[in-house]
Design a protein around this ligand. Structure first.
Ligand code: BGC
Length: 390
């Protein structure tokens, strides 16, 4: 069954548009129809080419994702064309076009901007190539078959919760602390890139736990910058986060009458940009305490800053498990089956609700860097100590 399906897909990828369309229409799998119900001998499409499109190598996690997806696919017997796009949309579009032209039988895509891959997805759909949206939801297209990701709203909830825990408002179990200080605490808010569907999920999750404390005055945002579009950092760039923190320090904190107590930072590189900005004006020295700063991705540099009491928390998203889910889903499609979803409600991409597999995440503070990150083999003790991933 699978070989036949695989052969059809291989052919379809090479065929003219019309040919490809008609093959797809007559059971070649469609965009993830999980077709293949037409029998045939099965070897799971072994040896077939899988295209893997990753956004950038500047974030440690995408390099780890890329390595894990590649090795997982190779172990499962596939050939892999993996490309990183340097966070440049036209580059990613060209890379995916090239994968389709080379005869990729499945695509795993972590998009840069979830709305800009329309023509690539149409080509994939016409050729019956299943598309797996990796970590970030691809939007506004019917030709997205499956989504593997973490529970992104919960990531935000965990970020908000750890900010409150760091301030002493919640205890280590996330429950209201018995001896909670009344505040008010001055916080500033940052969000991720507005063209990344995850960024809104993270922000909404965080605000779901912070809002009651903003409403009752325990938390205050002195800059008054709260709206997602105002606090979002385009393309998740570290220097943009640093620049926005510089601006906030100048506009709101330069008189010295108010200081920052907490920062909702959505990803470790942004946390580090914010930390640099704060250190430049003296935070972390003498009486000027470093605010409670959150993060995401458990990067080595931030794990070290957590150990050193500079960054308060991060969120551990085990990219090894995400890669495994992507490989499992790919294999299912190439064997003519449907991958198993555990969420069929949360991720509407504007055209359809994309069946998803969501993985859980863990709040990391100084207490569990070793037990969660090192003991699980995600980072080595040396990487945490040096702050540098191998
Ligand atoms: C990912 C985060 C990552 C961010 C920046 C998001 O889509 O879910 O893990 O920190 O992109 O690369």
């Amino acid at each position: 069954m699978a070989r036949k399906l695989w052969a059809v897909r291989g052919l379809a990828a090479l065929a003219s548009g019309a040919m490809a369309l008609s093959l797809a229409a007559c059971g070649g799998g469609g965009a993830g129809a999980g077709g293949g119900a037409d029998g045939g001998d099965a070897d799971g499409g072994k040896g077939g080419l899988v295209g893997v499109a990753m956004p950038t190598e500047t974030y440690e996690r995408w390099v780890a994702d890329g390595d894990a997806v590649k090795s997982g696919l190779e172990e499962a017997g596939y050939q892999v064309d993996i490309q990183f796009a340097n966070d440049d949309i036209p580059t990613q579009q060209q890379q995916i076009d090239a994968m389709i032209n080379k005869g990729a039988e499945a695509l795993i895509i972590a998009s840069i901007d979830g709305t800009t891959l329309g023509s690539q997805l149409e080509a994939a759909g016409a050729a019956g190539i299943p598309v797996i949206s990796y970590d970030r939801l691809i939007r506004d297209s019917d030709n997205v078959d499956f989504y593997v990701t973490f529970d992104n709203f919960q990531v935000g909830v965990q970020q908000g919760t750890s900010l409150l825990t760091g301030l002493g408002i919640l205890d280590e179990n996330g429950e209201p602390a018995a001896d909670a200080p009344k505040g008010p605490f001055n916080i500033e808010l940052f969000a991720g890139s507005p063209d990344d569907n995850n960024a809104g999920f993270f922000y909404n999750g965080a605000m779901s736990v912070l809002q009651p404390y903003l409403d009752d005055g325990t938390l205050v945002v002195p800059s008054k910058q709260i709206d997602f579009d105002t606090v979002a950092i385009q393309r998740w760039l570290q220097d943009k986060a640093q620049g926005r923190m510089d601006d906030l320090l100048t506009s709101t904190y330069s008189k010295g009458d108010v200081t920052v107590d907490g920062i909702l930072a959505p990803a470790d590189p942004l946390s580090r940009g914010i930390i640099t900005s704060l250190q430049n004006v003296g935070y972390g020295k003498g009486d000027l305490k470093m605010p409670v700063i959150t993060g995401q991705d458990a990067e080595a540099a931030s794990a070290k800053l957590i150990e050193d009491d500079v960054q308060y928390s991060t969120i551990f998203k085990d990219t090894r498990l995400l890669a495994e889910q992507a490989v499992t889903a790919t294999q299912a499609y190439l064997e003519g089956k449907e991958p198993e979803a555990n969420d069929t409600e949360s991720y509407d991409n504007g055209k359809k609700v994309v069946p998803s597999y969501l993985l859980p995440t863990v709040i990391i503070t100084k207490d569990n860097v070793k037990s969660e990150l090192v003991d699980s083999g995600y980072l080595t003790a040396e990487e945490v100590a040096s702050g540098q991933a191998d």
